[in-house]
Design a binder for this molecule. Structure first.
Ligand code: NIG
Ligand code: FE
Length: 410
C-alpha cells in the first residue's frame, strides 16, 4: 500500500542526517514539479514524473499548486500539565515577576498542585486535545516533560501519561524527566532536592530506561544554580542518560557553558546568553533550542538568534508550550516570531523547525527532512512559496499532514 503525492509545485527541505550549524542552516533543497511515493511509513522515492505502478489499494494525492515541507518537530513542550494559570498571567500584567510568583508558591508550584490532584486518566485526557491540535498544525514529533509532579509518584505519573499519549495519538513523543524544575515543597532547599534526585530518583530511572529519553533541569537564579545543575547532570550522564537544560532564561547562570561541557543534546531559551556561552556552543554539537513564544508571552527580550547563527551554532526552534510562560503552540506563530524578532531567514527557520529540531532529539537520521529512507512526515501547504509560511502566522494554509498518523486532510 503506497501513498503517491503527485505534481508538488515546490518541495522545500533541508538535507542530511545531522545538525546544520551556522551558515549551513540557510541551505534548503528546493525543487519544482516533484512526485513523492511513500511506503511502509517511509519516503520510498522522490523525483520528477515518477513512473509508478498504481495499485487499487494505493492512495493518490494531487498536489498541484501545493508546497511540500517536512513535518514539524517540536523539541520543547511541557506536555503533560493540568489546568491553566490565567490569574497569574493578569498578575504579571500588573507588575508581578515570573520568578517572584514562583518564589511565593505560585507558578510551576501551582501547576504542581493541579497535576498532583489529577489522576493519570485526567492528565491524559487534558493533554490529548493539544497533541491532536499539534498534529493538525503539522507537528508529528514532540518532546514533553515531567516537572509538575516534583515527587516520585507524580513525576512517574507524568512520564506514564506521555507514553500513553504516544500510543493513543501516533505522534512520536520523547519523554524528558525534569524533576529539578522547581524546589519541591517537601524540601528545604535546592541542594536537598538535588541530593534526593541523585541518590534515589536517577538510580531508579536508570533501572527503568524505557520511561525516559532525556533529563532536564531549570538552571536559573533562585531555582537550581550552576553547581547544583552540574551535580544532577553529571550523575545522569554517568548513568548513561542524554541531557538538556533550561538555560539563561531570565539571567546568565552559565547553563550554556555547562551544556556544552557535559555534551547536552540541547540548551534551551538562552535569552540572557553571553559571548562565552555562544562561543562554547559554536564549538560543540549541543543544539541551541530557542523559544520565541516565551519571550513574547512573558514580555522578555528575545534570544540573540542572529549572533548564535552567525557564530556557527546550530539553532532549533520550539514552542515551550506550558500554562505559565507560553500558551502558544502553533508552529507558524513560532516561525513568524523567528522571522520578525530573531531576524532569521525562511530557510533558517525551516531548518530550525525540522532537521535541527530532530537533531535536538537525536533523531536527525530518521526525521526532519524529505529524503528517501526517512520516516514519511510530509506537509502540503496552500501557499505560493515555502517562504510565505512564517509570513502567515495562524493562517490555516496546511491542506494535508501525512505521516505515521495517517493522512489528515484539512
Ligand atoms: O520553560 N522555566 C521553566 N519552565 C517553563 C515554564 C513552566 C511554567 O511556568 O509552568 C519554561 O519557561
Ligand atoms: Fe520550558
Amino acid at each position: 500500500m503506497k501513498t503517491i503525492v503527485r505534481n508538488i509545485r515546490q518541495l522545500a527541505t533541508p538535507l542530511g542526517e545531522r545538525l546544520r550549524k551556522g551558515a549551513e542552516m540557510a541551505v534548503i533543497n528546493e525543487r519544482e514539479h516533484v512526485d513523492i511515493c511513500l511506503s511502509a511509513g517511509r519516503f520510498l522515492r522522490i523525483g520528477r514524473d515518477l513512473n509508478l505502478e498504481i495499485k487499487p489499494e494505493d492512495t493518490v494525492i494531487d498536489a498541484s499548486g501545493l508546497v511540500a515541507t517536512p513535518a514539524f518537530v517540536d523539541p520543547h513542550t511541557h506536555i503533560p500539565f493540568f489546568g491553566f494559570r490565567e490569574k497569574e498571567f493578569f498578575l504579571r500584567q500588573r507588575g508581578a515577576g515570573y520568578l517572584e510568583i514562583l518564589q511565593a508558591g505560585g507558578g510551576i508550584l501551582e501547576t504542581t498542585r493541579q497535576v498532583r490532584a489529577a489522576s493519570l486518566e485526567d492528565l491524559i485526557g487534558f493533554n490529548l486535545p493539544f497533541v491532536y491540535a499539534l498534529q493538525r498544525k503539522g507537528v508529528l514529533v514532540l518532546e514533553g516533560k515531567s516537572g509538575y509532579g516534583l515527587d516520585r509518584e507524580n513525576e512517574w505519573k507524568q512520564l506514564e501519561a506521555l507514553s500513553a499519549i504516544e500510543k493513543i495519538t501516533g505522534t512520536k513523543v520523547f519523554k524528558t524527566f525534569m524533576g529539578p524544575h522547581a524546589i519541591p515543597p517537601e524540601f528545604p532547599n535546592a541542594d536537598a532536592a538535588i541530593d534526593w534526585l541523585c541518590a534515589e530518583v536517577l538510580e531508579e530511572l536508570a533501572k527503568n530506561r524505557e520511561m525516559v529519553d532525556f533529563l532536564d533541569v531549570f538552571c536559573e537564579k533562585g531555582v537550581f544554580n550552576y553547581a547544583q545543575s552540574e551535580r544532577y547532570l553529571e550523575k545522569g550522564k554517568a548513568l548513561g542518560f542524554k541531557t538538556r537544560l533550561h538555560a539563561e532564561e531570565m539571567s546568565f547562570e552559565g547553563g550554556s557553558l555547562l551544556g556544552a561541557k557535559v555534551g547536552a543534546s540541547s540548551v534551551d531559551h538562552l535569552i540572557a546568553i553571553e559571548p562565552a556561552g555562544i562561543h562554547a556552543l559554536a564549538n560543540s554539537d549541543t543544539v541551541a533550542t530557542l523559544l520565541p513564544g516565551t519571550s513574547l508571552f512573558l514580555n522578555k527580550p528575545f534570544a540573540p538568534a542572529r549572533n548564535l547563527i552567525d557564530a556557527g551554532v546550530g539553532v532549533a526552534l520550539a514552542s515551550d508550550f506550558n500554562p505559565g510562560s507560553c500558551t502558544f503552540y502553533d508552529p507558524t506563530i513560532i516561525a513568524f516570531l523567528a522571522a520578525s524578532k530573531y531576524k532569521m531567514t525562511p530557510a533558517e527557520i525551516l531548518t530550525a523547525q525540522t532537521l535541527n529540531a530532530a537533531s535536538s532529539l537525536g533523531v536527525a537520521d530518521s526525521w526532519g527532512s524529505i529524503e528517501e529512507g526517512k520516516i514519511g512526515g510530509l506537509l502540503l501547504w496552500d501557499v505560493p512559496d515555502f517562504t510565505a509560511i512564517p509570513y502567515l502566522p495562524g493562517h490555516e494554509r496546511l491542506r494535508f499532514v501525512i505521516g505515521p498518523v495517517g493522512i489528515l486532510r484539512l
